[in-house]
Design a protein around this ligand. Sequence first.
Ligand code: PMV
Length: 324
Amino acid sequence: MSVHAATAVACPNIAFIKYWGNRDHPTRLPENGSISMNLSELTTRTRVTFDPSLPNDIFDLNGIRQTTASLQRVTSHLNLIRGLRGVSTRAHVHSENNFPAGAGIASSASAFAALTLAAVNALGLEMSEKDLSRLARRGSGSACRSIPSGFVEWYRGISDIDSFAVSIAKPSHWDLVDCIAVVESGHKKTGSTEGHKLASTSPLQNARVQDTDRRLDRCRDAIIARDFETFAEIIEQDSNLMHAVMMTSRPALLYWEPATIEIIKAVQTWRKAGIPAAYTVDAGPNVHIISEAKSLDAIKHRLSSLPGVKEILIAHPGGPAKIV
Ligand code: PMV
């Protein structure tokens, strides 16, 4: 085999109905379906070059050569893709995030979506969006939602074959905006791969999972109807449910910092005062404030006066993972 290369770009996504817990950890089959929005302004750009002269895979992330767990995770994912093509050629992977490395924005979704698409393309494999999404899921669950465009639903599925994500609305469908209030920029103590393994130790996880179809229906309907009030109520409840599971796992996971609560309470006050805004929090302390674009200035203004907010990032609904 000669040298083959391709470059792909993908956005991270913010989950409105969260994925937390796996039925099968190695294949990342989720306990529940989820819904998210791609974040347009934040991107990961990844070039994969398969080169027969390489003895091992090389992984450079934001210009820094990776040697330990992150290289191992990239190699495992490339092994899956090499297996589909029946080759063993090693690759050089260059990946760059355009968002600050320490901003506490989870990059595994955009990272594994871009890596999957670039590697599949470089090896000349023909794949549907559905199969790309299934494959990206194996690298990081939420990465399957960064393959399709805009507002996305990941079907729980019964097996590997039918657990993938599809677009439920284009980016232009609803001018939502995600105002990300960064309160801490360090690496999180427990990553989501380990976190998913703890979900089943919480007595609340079963109740959360059993109730998922109701939340998915409500959230999907609210997105389709652009009904912000219903949307706000359900995404906040869903985020609180996931954090209730995290806090009651053994060992307990408490991702919130005092500033997280401060922002959550502020958002509740703003909504009562007539500013449409809703909060959602992933596996970290930063708060995503979702609103309609027309309220962005009012929200940015209020957020910047809260002492715990270190930085604010803005993102609109984003497109699919793409070859560039
Ligand atoms: O894809 P992972 O393993 O990084 O898990 C993502 C988990 C959450 O971000 C907390 C929720 C979600 O659905 O994105």
